[in-house]
Design a protein around this ligand. Sequence first.
Ligand SMILES: [Zn+2]
Length: 442
Amino acid sequence: MPKYVLQHWHFYQPRRNDKWAKKINEECYSPNSNNGILDHVSFNVGPTLIEWFLKNDKETLERMIKADKGQALAQPYNHRIMPLIRHDEDLKTQIIWGKKHFKTFFGRDPEGMWLPETATSKRVCKELARQGIKYTIGSPWQKKGREDTSKPYKVNLGGGLEIIYFFYNHFSGKIAFNNQTDSGVRLLDNVDVALDQLVSFAKNGETLLLAYDGETFGHHHKLADRWAEYFPKGVKKRKDIKMISISDYLKNFEVNNLADILDNSSWSCLCGGLERWTKGCGCAGGYKKYQEPMLKALEKIEDEIHDIFVNESSPYFKDVWDARNDYIDLKLGNIKEEQFFKEHLKEATSKENEFLLKKILEAEYHVQLSFTSCGWFPSRLGAQAEQNMIDAYSSAKLVEEVVNKNLVSKLISDLDLVEDWIEERGRKKHITGKELLLKHIT
Ligand SMILES: [Zn+2]
């Protein structure tokens, strides 16, 4: 029986300046959408990256979509660290919005979902399963007990729910991070050497998944898009190895082995938890002063916005959370405003009330965006954290236009506690979240 090799490519960019995204596109997205690799691997494209393609390079997006024969996965809408979400309704919404966004572009319901930073918990997986997601991907150390990446596993979630977990193999790291291997050959220079190593790495009959950021190929490693182009051809020449996508694998094989997952674990925080996105950790250069106060400030706004949303809109909407979940269809242009209100209002109301309801829904939208994980990821308070704070501000501002409440000034004073030291012209400079935000609003 041949060894099966599966790959997953995670394509994602947060909202960031166009110059940067353009460079990554030229080096990675565009060539890899053109060289045939996506026909052979599982992949997902984050919604913010899809939005970028729509504005800047529709052809690349079209090629990615065309490559999908069932092997593309969806992603929770705006890359929140899912186990850190406190309210069940937000957990649901992230998955629902991710599925709706996926369907809008790929024209079908997703079978698999890539969890941001592969951050997981049983609670998160239960919600995935409830929403019809069949499989996801994890790092080898996210399996409870002995590491085993030689086959996929079924995870029982209780209440008749289950999800299939593909834990990727450590060989992924050899390709993504270690340029130099034991034999002194760069794995990203020579596919045949990489395949030899891969085969000797795996025992006979194993099913190995390799998972990485899609940006590895061409952006992090220059010209590795050519490597990706040759990979399927290199595999085809061999008898000891076969390449298959996750979705095709699941069509052909039943997964019966059982495993459990480690709650609150991820692929990119190696400290055994999710500290990278709560208070900073060794992976992000140690404890950082900015992360925890920023999380607390934004959680406070989130709670306030939710309370106001429920209070203000429940007299009008049949179900406030259903309305919020479908709001993404309005944003995506899948549904007309008139139809949206017709479906969700208990009874017709004035245009003025509809206008105010839309404002609070938009506040709910921005408060979701304010938890994009990239804001906490780097060791320094930077542009992505700034973007999250702007979203929290937009949310607070919108709500202030609807109810007589003072949210903006409270947010600003909380963000004064978000501190860091940055390097500016060779000097250390003290900055606060408040200063970063005020640049945008005064
Ligand atoms: Zn860590």
